[in-house]
Structure formats: C-alpha cells, structure tokens
Design a protein around this ligand. Structure first.
Ligand SMILES: [Zn+2]
Length: 392
C-alpha cells in the first residue's frame, strides 16, 4: 500500500461560518472578488456581507462579476487584467463552482505572462510550466456540488475551440475555504439536484479511479451515503438546514476525494457535452451519461461496485455473491427517480445524436487524462457506445 496525502486548505465548516471570516487569517491586503453574472450574490446579500467583513478589517477589494455557469477563458483573462490593474494580491471566489474555479484560474494568470491556454495540458493547450507565483485564493462556496473549495482543480472552457479542460497544481488549492450551509438555503430545487449529483459522481468516480487510496475510499463511501440520505430532503425543502449541512459535508468529502483520487472518463464525456452545449448544467450532463456509463463499468470492474451499491443503500447482502455488483445501477436509477431527475434527456438541451462521434473524440483529446484513470481502458468505439446508449 502506497499513497501521498496532501490537503493544505484550511476549511471553516458549518452554519454561520461566514461570520468567522471576520477573524480568520487572510492572505493579502486587497482582494479581487469573483462572482457570477447572475444577481444571486447581490440579491441574497452574500456579497454585501463579504464586503462589510473586508471593510471592517481594512482590506480593500474590487469585484469582477461576469462569470458564466460554464466559465470561459476570456473571462479568466479579463479578470486577471482587472486583478493587475487594481493591484489585488489575493482572489476570493464567492458563489458556486464556476466562480471559485474562475478565481483559481484568475489567480494563475494575474502574475503570469501569455494566455491561460499556454499552461493547459490537454487539447490545444501548450502545457508550458508556470513561471511566476500564483496568487492565494479564498473560496466561499454557496453551493454543494463541485467540491472545488476542497481541491486544487479548476475547469474552464476555451470557447472558440469548444474545449472544456481541468487544470490544477499544488498552488491552486484555496488557502482558506468557507463552507457555510446557510448560504446554500437559497439554491433552487433543480440546481440543488444537479449539484448534489455532481458531488455524488465525484465520489463514485473517485472510488472507481485506479489511483484511489484507502483515504479517498473512506471519504468517497461516506460522501455517497450522506448524499443518498440527505439530497432528497434538500430538493423537497431547500430551507432544511440539517439536510443542507449533511450534503455540504458530503460535497467537501467529495472534494477530498478529488484531491486524493480522481474523476474518471465520465467527467471527460460530460465536459465534451457541455463544451458543445454550454446551456447544459454539468451535473445534468453527468446524470444523462451515468446509467450507460456505470452499466458498462459494472461488468468490467465488478469488485468495486459492491461497496458502491451498499453505500447507495442497496441490500447487497441479500443477494448471491456473484450478483452483488449488479445492485448498483438499479440503486442509482431509483435515487434519480427519488430526486426527480430520472426523465432528463440529451435532446432537452438540443443535443443531436449526430454530434456524438465528434464529442466522443473531443472528450478523449481534451480530457484524455481522466480516461487514464479508468480501471478498464476505454476505446474510442466504447466511449461512443456509452454516449449513444445514454442518448435520448
Ligand atoms: Zn464534476
């Protein structure tokens, strides 16, 4: 047994924790606050609360408020330019995964030359080493989905080439993250479901990935249990703070899973879908692919599916040993039903069946690294086969 464990982020977790930012050690004197182009951070008062805390501490700030749900490279470059102009020495991502991921990527580009894609390893990225330091990042998450507050990863789309690629290194971990479930009470039911499923797939894929460790396995299985036990209550009643807190915890665990293990090729395939169809929420894209994806892998690596089925709540012990791995996919289907996301179709977002071959190629060319994490190496034909099976 061999593994490296490295998790350098200080995490303030729990209802009301945003207030603790008033005392927490912050990594600079002037912040670039990165938020989405929607108005929720202003409407719910989260931005003004943050601004008040910073002002009271004598920390200056500028606000960059253009981030899209599937964040794009041009906004990273624009945010980095603003960061330099304003003389900011750290970046705060406030909002969902898109804002926090953008904050990380802006922190990379604020002090570094050239184009963001110069440093990206997949697709048309040049994979150059980053010459200069990366600014420190503070993450304040208002959703439970990406786990980005507890991992080094950021996913950005290059719009003109339809490449949606993850990036991260030991310097893109947030130095400080606030996970305050009170900030999540305002997320509407459908987004709550999509984000919760994203966290679920981070844990499921992280458990399936061939670099999983005993530590990531522990977080993954507990995260799956917490989501299955609490996500339906969050969808039914957004103000259920106990259920929100449990899903937030599951999402933070899923971030640790992403740090210690990895996503697998399901995420590469989803990135292709939402790179071509940016209106498709990431979590919804994963839901669309999931049944075909996990059905395929359950026959290829059955041993890992027994514990996953158990964590999903399936009574695997009642089954003969050789059938236990088969309990996972029905448990996943039942959970989708319970969360009201069983009837989603790719065609709901305008995805055309004839696009699938080029999206299968895109998935492998841009995010090939995650295919390398699969315990069974998928061919292009098998990749396309899974996407075609998932198509409705
Ligand atoms: Zn994801």
């Amino acid at each position: 047994m061999h593994f490296d464990y490295y998790m350098p982020t200080r995490i303030l977790f729990g209802p009301g924790k945003l207030n603790q930012l008033a005392q927490a050690k912050l990594p600079g004197k002037k912040a670039l606050i990165v938020i989405s182009s929607g108005n929720s951070m202003r409407k719910f008062g989260y931005l003004s609360r943050l601004e008040e805390i910073l002002t009271a501490r004598g920390i200056a700030f500028a606000v960059f408020d253009k981030i899209l749900p599937n964040p794009i490279k041009s906004h990273v470059m624009e945010g980095a330019e603003l960061c330099r102009e304003e003389g900011c020495d750290f970046v705060i991502g406030l909002g969902g995964g898109s804002s926090i991921d953008s904050a990380k990527s802006i922190a990379v580009m604020a002090g570094n030359p050239g184009d963001y894609w110069d440093y990206i390893g997949g697709g048309t990225g040049k994979g150059k080493p980053i010459p200069n330091p990366i600014l420190p990042v503070v993450a304040i998450t208002t959703t439970a989905g990406t786990g980005t507050e507890a991992d080094p990863w950021t996913v950005i789309t290059k719009e003109d080439t339809q490449e949606k690629i993850g990036f991260g290194n030991e310097h893109t971990f947030p130095t400080l993250s606030v996970v305050d479930p009170e900030l999540m009470l305002s997320v509407p039911p459908k987004l709550t479901a999509f984000q919760g499923f994203d966290a679920l797939f981070h844990s499921l894929e992280g458990y399936l990935a061939k670099i999983a460790t005993p530590i990531s396995d522990m977080y993954a299985l507990r995260s799956i249990e917490l989501i299955v036990q609490n996500l339906p209550a969050c969808i039914a009643s957004g103000s259920n703070l106990e259920a929100r807190t449990n899903v937030a915890l599951a999402n933070t665990y899923a971030g640790f899973v992403q740090t210690e293990s990895s996503c697998t090729s399901e995420h590469s395939m989803e990135h292709a879908l939402s790179a071509f169809y940016p209106e498709l929420p990431h979590g919804a894209g994963l839901i669309l692919l999931s049944e075909a994806y996990f059905t395929f892998f359950s026959s290829k690596v059955p041993d890992r599916f027994v514990a996953m089925a158990k964590a999903m709540g399936a009574d695997v012990d009642a089954l003969p040993e050789e059938e236990r791995h088969l309990a996972f996919v029905p448990a996943l289907a039942a959970f989708k039903e319970k969360c009201g996301v069983a009837d989603l179709k790719m065609s709901d977002w305008g995805i055309q069946a004839e696009d699938l071959p080029k999206m299968a190629v895109n998935a492998r060319e841009t995010m090939g690294g995650l295919f390398a994490m699969d315990r069974y190496p998928l061919s292009l034909r098998e990749t396309l086969g899974i996407m075609e099976k998932a198509y409705r």
